[in-house]
Design a binder for this molecule. Structure first.
Ligand code: A2P
Ligand code: MG
Ligand code: MG
Ligand code: MG
Length: 351
């Protein structure tokens, strides 16, 4: 089955959301940032991106059975004091839609925006089609002025069949340890993949796309690896223990699913993610990244070596941690990870 229409709509939605987010990142105001009940940050751009993606998918693919599993909801915006923030979000969306000019419509109201945000409340699951959206993945990176991604995927009968990753601050050239890239004047990257069709990358300003492949290195000594910028998101000590494999380069620490994008084009060969105990991974944090890497020839598993299962609802039900690499390095890496995990659980039984 081809998902051509859906892929075209997803690319348009993610690109417009990236325009909205870049506008906010360039002029971020303290009043744009709020704290959610789990203490994580959320900004007008997270909400604006989610509403815009939902709106564009609805316009491009009119269907009676639209379902989306997305990170944000409108509860805080509906509370007392949320009105100013909602007005700011509504203006951002209307400005983005009117400068794009694709749709002939009257401006959206605050109520339209709340409804669009809440169309992401689906529970997903193994049956039917569900869009999966992280409107800003890596909000902490976004706030620092660093990497973030708009991550949109489609599930069909529990499997990820397409994914789009808009990474507005990721240069088209490879990133590594040595150079510190200026984020100014970069168009950013759009990665997209359809099941069986490979992974492509183009500039977010719409250049021709090129097919990308993961690194083919079989030598761990040559393999550089990615991990979270935030130590609170992934155990840095544990990933450093893969040094037993012979990996020599220091880790490249960047925020968000931009790591999956960079890996899909071979910037590095390994991505390791070991959240602290008790953290439950959400499907929107991995669905788009996972197909972008696997269609580029890579492998994504949990620490038990099992593929990620996106059919279980809003959460991923997995065995401690996520490992991403190429097919040849995976057996070695999996063994090194399992050895490191069992050593650290002997040293600190609470891990
Ligand atoms: N305590 C946490 N542990 C692990 N991941 C987290 C935690 N809090 C938020 N996240 C999510 O981890 C992802 C970013 O991780 P990283 O940049 O380290 O790869 C984001 O999806 C972020 O959510 P969000 O989408 O709200 O930014
Ligand atoms: Mg968040
Ligand atoms: Mg996220
Ligand atoms: Mg997010």
């Amino acid at each position: 089955m081809s998902y051509e229409k859906e892929l075209k709509a997803a690319k348009k939605a993610a690109s417009l959301a990236a325009q909205l987010c870049q506008k906010v990142q360039k002029a971020l105001l303290q009043s744009d940032v709020h704290s959610k009940s789990d203490k994580s940050p959320v900004t007008v751009a997270d909400y604006g991106s989610q509403a815009l993606v939902s709106f564009v998918l609805g316009k491009e693919l009119p269907t009676a059975s639209f379902s989306m599993v997305a990170e944000e909801d409108s509860a805080d915006l509906r509370k007392d004091g949320g009105q100013d923030t909602l007005e700011r979000i509504t203006k951002l969306i209307n400005d983005t839609l009117s400068s794009d000019g694709s749709y002939d419509l009257s401006p959206l109201s605050g109520e339209d925006v709340l409804t669009a945000i809440d169309s992401g409340k689906s529970e997903g699951g193994p049956n039917g089609r569900h869009w999966v959206l992280d409107p800003i993945d890596g909000t902490k990176g976004f706030l620092r002025g660093d990497q973030y991604a708009i991550a949109l995927a489609l599930l069909d009968e529990g499997k990820v069949v397409l994914g789009v990753l808009a990474c507005p601050n990721l240069p088209l050239q490879p990133i590594g340890n040595t150079e510190k890239h200026s984020l100014q004047n970069q168009a950013g990257c759009l990665f997209f993949a359809e099941v069986g069709g490979g992974t492509h990358m183009q500039s977010l300003d719409g250049s021709l796309s090129t097919k990308v492949h993961v690194s083919s290195t079989v030598n761990p000594a040559e393999a550089s690896f990615f991990e979270s910028y935030e130590a609170a998101h992934s155990l840095h000590d544990l990933s450093s223990s893969i040094a037993t494999l012979g990996v020599q380069a220091p880790p490249v620490r960047i925020d968000s699913q931009a790591k999956y994008g960079a890996l899909s084009r071979g910037d590095g060969a390994i991505y390791l993610r070991f959240p602290h105990k008790g953290y439950r991974e959400k499907i929107w944090d991995h669905a788009a990244g996972c197909i972008v890497v696997t269609e580029a020839g890579g492998v994504v598993t949990d620490a038990g070596g099992n593929p990620l299962d996106f059919s279980k609802g809003r959460f991923l039900d997995l065995d401690t941690g996520i490992i991403v690499t190429n097919q040849k390095l995976m057996p070695l890496l999996l063994k090194a990870v399992q050895d490191a995990l069992s050593e650290s659980s002997q040293a600190t039984p609470s891990l």
